[in-house]
Design a binder for this molecule. Structure first.
Ligand code: DWN
Length: 421
């Protein structure tokens, strides 16, 4: 671990800390039960704002090898909505960029091939880049060639020296994860063709603040981007923010930035930049009240669950998500309150949540045990999970949503959503 004293983007030493979530274990470091007796590393989890380039970032650096290689369990293919979103993105790029057998599409953090498979199936050459061995093996098993590497300027220079230039580079949920942000963006410039495009997706810092999504803060998320921060970052590397798309339903609010070597910028992108200046996203004051609001959610969630327990109700949780680890550890919720967590990813079954040490079980446990209330740790997939767990709800089960405010969701309240399916 090392402390980040200067801004990850512009190098400023004027970072202003505005939130501390205490010392917490790594959010994806799910624990095998046999390791319970061993010490569990925990590190400060704090957010800071850079007044010089507006980038929001955490103040600690965890070695990427620890975060993304040693037993990394996140597989992108466990969410049907993410798979459909990725497919639509791929088909849109194929049509708009007229991609074909002479093109090259590169994805950084390609995981299990969930996105690149949409190009490969249509005869378009692809190259995945992901250091996580199991995910890379899963990608290759479906015909997506994958280099087990961390992406950065050095690796991009090697690829270019081999004659590789990408017509499209896709980087979803990875630019926020890299400790060397400038090396990453310089690598994008090095590898993209002069008439190519780079699409970068990450959660939008404005949604994080306005919907109090503090649980999406964890050590692997080094940065939390606004359009202004992205615009200033990429310009430093001869790239330009060309366009912006918004997906409010994805991961609590996600932006897709279209970036390229040409300076064109759509009116939509200009509007995002203007709105951020007008609403104060680019100023330190915008973040000053966040900590108090986060404290408020923590207190209300603890009170709500204590009340359920006092009434003898059984509480479980859904989604062994990284955000779930932040929520549980910051809120001080463990096995005294929550009996088990369910998750569809079998790689997580039998393990324990980091810090909270709550056992992770298959989703079938909800019907087997019918707990009174399920804390929805993967709230970003609420609609998908409500549809999936309609029977649990029909039997009288309830979902407890932690953000943007603590609220209980009953079967009655989900009728409209379930009827729409
Ligand atoms: O950036 C990242 C975000 C995008 O995804 C990664 N660093 C890590 C990950 O964060 P997370 O673990 O908080 O993300 P998810 O995708 O919100 O986690 C959802 C969890 O819920 C996964 O373990 C899969 C599981 N799940 C499930 O059990 N049933 C997901 C869906 C959609 C379901 O129906």
């Amino acid at each position: 671990m090392s402390r980040q004293e200067s801004c990850r983007s512009c190098g400023s030493r004027n970072l202003r800390q505005f939130l501390s979530l205490g010392e917490t274990p790594l959010a994806d470091a799910l624990l095998p039960p046999e390791k319970l007796a061993e010490p569990e590393p925990a590190y400060p989890l704090e957010m800071a704002f850079c007044p010089d380039c507006t980038l929001v970032q955490v103040t600690e650096n965890v070695p990427p090898q620890v975060l993304f290689v040693d037993n990394y369990l996140y597989f992108s293919s466990f969410s049907p909505s993410v798979l459909e979103h990725s497919r639509e993105h791929a088909l849109g790029l194929i049509e708009k960029r007229r991609l074909g057998p002479g093109s090259l599409v590169v994805e950084v953090a390609s995981n299990d091939g969930y996105l690149l498979k949409n190009f490969a199936e249509r005869g378009i050459p692809v190259l995945g880049i992901d250091p996580a061995p199991d995910q890379a093996a899963a990608a290759e098993a479906i015909g997506v060639p994958t280099l087990r590497e961390f992406f950065g300027i050095e690796f991009a220079e090697r690829l270019r020296a081999e004659g590789q230039r990408a017509d499209v580079i896709i980087a979803n949920n990875v630019m926020a994860h890299v400790p060397d942000l400038n090396g990453f963006v310089a690598g994008l410039r090095e590898l993209v063709a002069d008439d190519g495009v780079i699409t970068v997706e990450n959660p939008y810092v404005r949604d994080l603040i306005e919907h109090c999504e503090f649980d999406t803060v964890y050590h692997e998320h080094h940065c939390y981007f606004s359009c202004t921060a992205v615009d200033r970052l990429v310009r430093r590397h001869g790239l330009f923010l060309n366009d912006v798309e918004y997906f409010p339903w994805l991961h609590g609010g996600t932006l897709r930035w279209h970036i390229g070597p040409n300076a064109a910028q759509t009116a939509r992108a200009q509007q995002y930049l203007a709105d951020e200046a007008e609403t104060g996203v680019t100023q330190a004051e915008y973040y000053e009240s966040f900590a108090a609001r986060v404290e408020g959610i923590r207190s209300e969630l603890r009170r709500f669950i204590a009340e359920l327990k006092a009434k003898g109700q059984r509480v479980a949780a859904y989604g062994a998500a990284a955000k779930g680890a932040t929520l549980l550890n910051y809120s001080g919720l463990g096995t005294e309150s929550i009996d088990f967590v369910v998750d569809r990813n079998p790689h997580k079954h039998g393990l324990l949540m980091p810090g909270a040490h709550i056992p992770i079980r298959p989703v079938e446990a909800l019907l087997d045990e019918q707990p009174d209330v399920v804390l929805l740790l993967a709230w970003n997939f609420k609609d998908e999970i409500v549809r999936q767990q309609a029977e649990y709800l029909r039997r009288g089960g309830k979902l407890l949503l932690p953000v943007p405010e603590v609220s209980l969701l009953t079967f009655e309240q989900t009728r409209e959503l379930l009827a729409a399916t």
